[in-house]
Design a protein around this ligand. Sequence first.
Ligand code: FAD
Length: 445
Amino acid sequence: MPDIAIVGSGPAGYYAAEAAYKTWGADARVDMIDRLPVPYGLIRSGVAPDHQSIKAVANRYQATAQAGNMRFCGNIEVGRDIAINDLARCYDAVVLATGAPRDRPLAIPGDTCGNVFGSAAFVGWYNGHPDFVGLDPDLSGGTAVVIGMGNVALDVARILAKTAPEFSGSDIVDHALGRIDAARLDRIIILGRRGPHQIMMTPKELGELGHLARARPHVDPMDLPAIETDSALEPGQRKAVAQLRNFATSVETGATERLPIDFVFHATPHALIPDQAGKVCAIEVEATVMDHGSPVGTGKIRRIPASLVISCIGFRTTPIAGVAYDERGGHFANLDGLIAPGLYCVGWARRGPSGTIGTNRPDGFGVIERIAADLRATGSETPAKPGRDGLDALIRSKQLNPVSFDDWKRIEAAEIERARPGAPREKFVVISDMIAASDNKPTGA
Ligand SMILES: Cc1cc2nc3c(=O)[nH]c(=O)nc-3n(C[C@H](O)[C@H](O)[C@H](O)COP(=O)(O)OP(=O)(O)OC[C@H]3O[C@@H](n4cnc5c(N)ncnc54)[C@H](O)[C@@H]3O)c2cc1C
């Protein structure tokens, strides 16, 4: 029976754990380590707070956590608290399921201006990720420019556009709800380098923009390609483009249209312009044309006022000392999930930030299949590893304070208890508060 460590408790980690039980039975020893005291990765801190039905997938992960011989060891960061080599010495296989939590940088002049954020930070802020509690975005007026034409950009624009009552039933954290409720933005722009046919948005999420209380999406009809050309698109994309066509033709609703959400296509960010206080006041964009599927700059620059900029242009895995890294792809260097003998990766840490939650399932099953095959091939030659006893020894020697799944259940119960009326939970956003709610005692106490 192999001892497996899975680092990261997001979808990829849980699907790998589920696969381990399907492969070796409920006695398979799986230790899941996460740097936070709370599980579920982006299900908790990425998926939009007003999309509770999507977040419900966590129930499935809980069933996995409670079904087999699995331990959750939260509040331990691999690479900081425990070195990868130390972990690898304990387990037959270590699977890195650490996601891609860093923003891909905008890398244009002025990108360090005030009130310019990446989506990992901004989404983390409204979802209560402890790393981003102190973000302090200024939403007091002007134009918010959301860079990117994917679903994360849609999430960000929608959350910025909503009124407080529209968050009813969501688990947006209090600090963000207060700030968004008080926001006085007068325009939101969703800006992309490519054209309407190249958006990476799904029809359902796009459609939601058409049902907001105070905001209305708008597409300039001049930006839309001839309707006959839509037939060359695959069906999902055709539906998404049909939504854009709706936004181009929808009748002006006069008084209710207080907050426009404008789509700006064929515009690549060129520079961010600060005001005297160093805060962003405009974005310069270069007009593009499509050439063989890629946007090419035309040299025509224009300036758009911007009081807040959020770039939703992708994510990168955080490197871990001693683990090979693919700089170009922004994830661990791997061959079908194998990084080095006994060391694997899965999910966004393997393939970068693509696909849906469900895409991580075959990924998780694939990596366990590969581990099983590798163990079969080398098993008899490999000396026995200490498994979780080895991890416990490391935890003791480094005086770490792990959070168990039962501890997490206590945190969860406290979050449910303190929820505002109608909300599923009010998350703790500071690690020490999570630990206090877990009623956790330091190891050895
Ligand atoms: C803003 C946003 C919204 C999204 N909305 C949707 C949606 O509506 N529907 C959908 O299908 N998909 C959505 N996705 C995509 C989905 O969230 C991802 O496919 C999925 O979460 C990737 O899973 P993962 O396990 O690879 O990474 P993650 O979910 O990021 O999990 C990684 C885990 O690893 C932990 N970790 C990181 N580093 C370490 C370390 N060194 N040591 C220990 N632990 C560590 C983290 O704390 C985290 O728990 C969204 C993504 C984003 C960014």
